[in-house]
Design a protein. Structure first.
Length: 274
């Protein structure tokens, strides 16, 4: 927690809208094919902002489903949850910090076939939720608290598939995720009872600017695939909330905000196709 007489926190609330199949009703009343994929993943993860960082090895599960319609149109959905205790460095250090995220993404697009190549542009809606629990004190006695981040995004991307001998296939994907709205919930009440803090309210901040990039390359053979991937997020500084804090010395007014931050994740996913 950093503050000048002002502390920073953060927040976001976003509800992910699912769907987009209506746009394809004119092409087909029902999908002509359904494909599913269940995978496990492991990644190297780092979140950072000015003066602090969280690093972790995350392990997770990933499920996706694709509905294919006539003329190459498709609707695809993906769910992912990954977790791993993180190491905090900033105002001192703390180990084994609970840290996890969940994603729910749906896109629509079309497969454009050119011989052995398939190009598939897509656009959709995504929801990303992150939870971090820094309650307690660091090695230098700084007091931590819980944070929840929620992002509503619009993913825009393209995949390129290339057929190989023996029914193998390589699919590369690049995607840009535009932040539509972010919400940061900072549980500053967690610091009550430490030091001179007696009554500290929780804070909600909103974020309006930011983006993410996703890259992946999947090698598929029969019912199995392996895919290295990377993601990068850049979220700008949030709006500012004014709060009143009660201490043993009296009342203070704080200006609270979520600073600009970035997240980097590089991992490997193995999946079963069915």
């Amino acid at each position: 927690m950093r503050y000048e007489r002002a502390a920073h926190g953060g927040a976001m609330a976003a509800i992910c809208a699912l769907g987009a199949g209506a746009a394809f009703a004119q092409h087909a009343a029902a999908p002509v094919g359904i494909a599913q994929e269940l995978g496990v993943l492991v990644s190297d993860y780092e979140y950072s902002e000015s003066g602090m960082s969280l690093t972790a090895v995350k392990v997770g599960i990933d499920y996706s489903i694709a509905f294919t319609f006539r003329e190459g149109w498709f609707v695809r959905g993906a769910l992912r949850r990954a977790a791993g205790d993180a190491d905090y460095r900033g105002s001192g250090s703390m180990r084994n910090v609970q840290d996890w995220y969940f994603e729910n993404r749906w896109v629509v697009g079309r497969d454009l076939v050119f011989g052995r190549h398939t190009v598939s542009p897509h656009v959709g809606v995504g929801y990303r939720y992150l939870y971090n629990d820094l309650r307690g004190t660091t090695s230098t006695g700084a007091v931590g608290y819980r944070r929840e981040s929620q992002y509503l995004t619009v993913p825009i991307g393209v995949s390129h598939g290339f057929s190989l001998p023996n029914r193998a296939r390589v699919v590369t994907t690049i995607e840009y995720d535009r932040l539509i709205r972010g919400r940061q919930d900072t549980r500053l009440s967690d610091i009550e009872g430490y030091g001179r803090w007696t009554d500290v309210p929780d804070v909600v901040n909103h974020q309006h600017r930011g983006y993410g990039w996703r890259l992946s390359a999947a090698y598929r053979l029969d019912r199995w695939s392996i895919s290295p991937y990377a993601s990068l997020w850049r979220i700008k500084t949030s709006d500012t909330a004014d709060i009143r804090v009660t201490t043993t010395l009296g009342t203070e007014r704080w200006a609270v905000w979520e600073p600009a931050n970035k997240t980097r994740e590089i991992g490997l996913k193995a999946a079963y196709l069915f």
